[in-house]
Design a protein around this ligand. Structure first.
Ligand code: SF4
Length: 405
């Protein structure tokens, strides 16, 4: 079976590029029939800018709204559930100008975190027992996923699959961080009705994504009816090998389609003409005063917990609290480190992430040892664990510090 993915380089307006991408797939009318209702799922993960490549841009969203209307949609709503819980999705809508856009375009605007959820169980899940997903996903005839392109320390890249996390219940948004995100996102797409993906790749993000990376002026729209083919194509465009990305492999094994080049028909601009390799989200090992980090080589390369440590420490450093961590040790990526020294009186060892559970279980009766659950744990959970053990108060407000992506 061949999956079609359109790739269009923006030459003038975003609207024109989105239209060309859809025309290559047979037009919006191939996906939206007169009288149908449409749910739009953009990426509004936090109060960040589309100029930074962090969130879906207004011109792409407006173009899609116009096209679904032209196709005869009877109802069009934007539904997103941000991980910036301290602000709430509605506040983020306001900050990003989406409230104004929705009013201007006459579309509904909903916070997925405040809607009803459906618990989905499926024998086809590769990992989860259940997943709690926004009920709205079953209340519309068509879902259009509108992600951006970013590198990510847990899933390598975030495009169509990871963007659907916005439709999880708030509890599951956090729970996914306690699990294996690379498998959980596959089960989420298994749980959902099928969706069309239109990727806003006008400005993307490389490096320490999904929040603090570097913007890339990619100027692309990528679209397709099969999210695995879309993500595999984007992966190739930005210099990743799809078969080396865990969630892409798991998705193929779960029967979502294929990442193989010969199974994907790229329409429009060939990949080699828009190829632009991205820096990965792998953070450099950093030094923090008073903190010793023990990091093991992993058979399977993963820098999720190192990224989480970097995020938590950066937040704490920005608040001027790092000197409070004298005698602190952090174990990453390993279960049985041979070089782990004895801890002195009053020193603490944090076993960060599920990979360290075996070591923690073998030493948990010792004083000063702590385990932070998750694969990877969230940055916020990690930061709070450090603060709690060292009695360091939380800052009253720290915008990026609360975004769970
Ligand atoms: S727990 Fe292990 S596999 Fe999971 S993110 Fe951390 S290092 Fe990676």
């Amino acid at each position: 079976m061949s999956y079609q993915v359109s790739v269009v380089k923006k030459t003038d307006s975003a609207d024109r590029a989105v239209r060309q991408a859809m025309e290559l797939l047979g037009g919006m009318s191939a996906f939206v029939k007169p009288g149908q209702s449409v749910l739009l799922k953009p990426n509004f993960t936090g109060p960040l800018s589309s100029d930074d490549g962090a969130v879906t841009s207004a011109p792409v969203l407006e173009s899609i709204i116009a096209q679904v209307r032209e196709a005869g949609a009877s109802k069009v709503d934007i539904v997103e559930g941000s991980g910036a819980f301290h602000l709430g999705t509605k506040k983020i809508y306001d900050i990003l100008g989406v409230t104004e856009l929705a009013q201007r375009c006459g579309v509904g605007l909903y916070d997925a975190n405040e809607l009803e959820f459906r618990r989905v169980k499926s024998p086809d899940f590769c990992f989860l027992e259940y997943v709690d997903v926004c009920e709205a996903a079953w209340q519309y005839d068509v879902i259009i996923n509108i992600p951006v392109i970013k590198t990510h320390p847990l899933t390598e890249i975030t495009v169509a699959y990871k963007n659907m996390n916005g439709l999880l219940s708030p509890v599951d948004k956090r729970r996914f961080h306690d699990l294996n995100m690379r498998k959980a996102v596959v089960d989420l797409t298994t749980a959902l009705p099928s969706y069309l993906t239109i990727v806003d790749g006008i400005t993307a993000m490389e490096g320490l994504g999904p929040l603090e990376g570097t913007p890339v002026d990619l100027g692309l729209i990528v679209a397709g009816g099969n999210p695995l083919a879309v993500d595999a194509t984007v992966a190739r465009i930005i210099g990743f090998q799809p078969e080396k990305i865990d969630y892409i492999r798991y998705a193929a094994e779960a029967g979502h389609g294929s990442w193989h080049e010969e199974d994907i028909q790229v329409l429009g601009t060939p990949i080699q003409e828009v190829y632009r390799p991205f820096k990965t989200a792998e953070p450099q090992s950093r030094h923090y005063d008073g903190v010793e980090i023990f990091e093991q080589e992993m058979p399977q390369k993963c820098y999720g917990c190192r990224a989480v440590l970097t995020i938590a420490m950066t937040r704490i450093r920005e608040c001027g609290h790092l000197p409070g961590f004298k005698g602190m040790k952090v174990l990453l990526n390993g279960s049985n480190p041979e070089d782990m020294p004895e801890r002195g009186e009053g020193e603490h060892l944090f076993c960060l992430g599920n990979c360290t559970k075996e070591y923690y279980d073998a030493h948990k009766d010792e004083p000063g040892i702590h385990f932070i659950l998750g694969c990877a744990p969230s940055g916020l959970t990690t930061e709070e664990s450090f603060r709690e053990v060292y009695g360091i108060p939380r800052p009253s407000e720290h915008v990026k510090g609360h975004v769970e992506e």
